[in-house]
Design a protein around this ligand. Structure first.
Ligand code: NDP
Length: 338
């Protein structure tokens, strides 16, 4: 058994929400690193909403995973064998090694992890890609000012929770939108947002309007669908809308009652809205170092809170991923590999 590794491959493409049958767990002979490569053993796998896009062939900023290929994903991994002079067994790295227990990969793109700086899982969450997405979207596009109102949905997740905390640190009034009483309590009591609205309860539009008596100056878009419909009438003149994701639409539905495009375009003109989509990688070169410098110490000091939702075992990854797209995760979704 010791020389076997496991991986989860894309077995078929989903129509609508992914189901367990779209994935397949496989075992194989342990890969052997070539010259210049390392063999890594994954300790944690990150589950992220973008992976739903990789399961489809529709046009995107990244190529899809092919049927039979391992699912793509970022891991915290340990080098177990090295054929590169800069790496030794025992080194911890952040790798794009996919939904696999082991992988023989090139060292290009590996990032070293210093476990003395913060818990190692944070490189996949608050101090990694999701955290940087929140940071760069707010820094470059959102630009919250003291006294302004900032709204973010998926507020207990890795992106939304940091968006709101950054807005609070900038002196803005922060309103979160989250699903269910438990997540809402966390957003209000632990993340210290000024108000929170439960989108799974009745009357979202009225409740949001009540929570934003001065309108909305920054709406960080993570969800779309009915939440966008509730936000649009509340946006102030010159409001900024960093469009980070629309998770309500990733499974191909959930768009709400009517076509929102004409009314959205009309309001963009009428209220001089800045609506700017982005993929975090476009800001990496200019802002990643500042992100780590600014946010790292705040996470270490406890000034910035984060929450993780960890399941055990690679075989649990599909179920946890499907659950995340349906809102069943509570915090950054991770898989711990034994
Ligand atoms: P989260 O863990 O926050 O995402 C899952 C959460 O989204 C769920 O727990 C649920 O929270 C919420 N959600 C799911 N479906 C719906 C729905 N139909 N209506 C309302 N809420 C829903 O993940 P992340 O923080 O990693 O990602 C948040 C967003 O940011 C996603 O849209 C993602 O695609 C995007 N993103 C974009 C990046 C970029 O570079 N542009 C990079 C990283 C992420 P709840 O139960 O509270 O509703």
């Amino acid at each position: 058994m010791a020389d076997l590794y496991q991986q989860i491959v894309l077995a078929s493409r989903p129509t609508g929400a992914p189901v367990a049958e779209n994935f397949r767990l496989e075992s194989g002979q342990m890969p052997v690193p070539a010259d210049g490569e390392v063999l890594v053993r994954a300790r944690y796998l990150s589950l992220d909403p973008y992976m739903r896009g990789r399961m489809s062939t529709s046009k995107s900023y990244a190529r899809p995973v092919e049927i039979g290929e391992p699912m793509e994903g970022e891991t915290v991994a340990e080098v177990v064998e090295s054929r590169h002079p800069d790496y030794r067994p025992g080194n911890l790295v952040q790798a794009r090694s996919g939904w696999r227990t082991h992988a023989a990969i090139s060292v290009e793109g590996l990032r070293r992890i210093d476990p003395a700086l913060a818990p190692i899982t944070t490189v996949l969450g608050v101090l990694g890609m999701p955290g940087f997405t929140a940071y760069s979207g707010m820094k470059v596009i959102g630009q919250p000012k003291p006294g302004e109102t900032v709204v973010v949905a998926a507020a207990s997740g890795p992106v939304g929770s940091l968006v709101g905390q950054l807005a609070r640190l900038a002196g803005a009034r922060v309103v979160g939108i989250a699903g269910g009483a438990e997540k809402c309590a966390y957003v209000r009591d632990v993340l210290a947002f000024d108000a929170v609205v439960d989108h799974r309860s009745e009357g979202l539009a009225e409740k949001l309007a009540k929570a934003c008596p001065n309108g909305i100056d920054v709406y960080f878009e993570n969800v779309g669908g009915p939440i966008w419909q509730a936000v649009l009438p509340l946006l102030n003149r010159f409001a900024r809308v960093p469009v980070c994701g629309v998770i309500a639409h990733y499974n191909g539905a959930g768009g709400g009652e009517r076509d929102q495009l004409p009314i959205t375009m009309l309001e963009i003109v009428r209220r001089s809205l800045l609506v700017r989509g982005f993929i975090n990688v476009e800001f990496v070169e200019e802002h990643y170092d500042a992100f780590l410098r600014e946010i790292g110490p705040r996470v270490r000091s406890g000034d910035i809170s984060y929450r993780e939702d960890i399941v055990d075992g690679l075989e649990k990854a599909p179920e946890a991923f499907i659950g995340m797209l349906a809102g069943r995760n509570f915090g950054k979704a991770l898989v711990r590999l034994s």
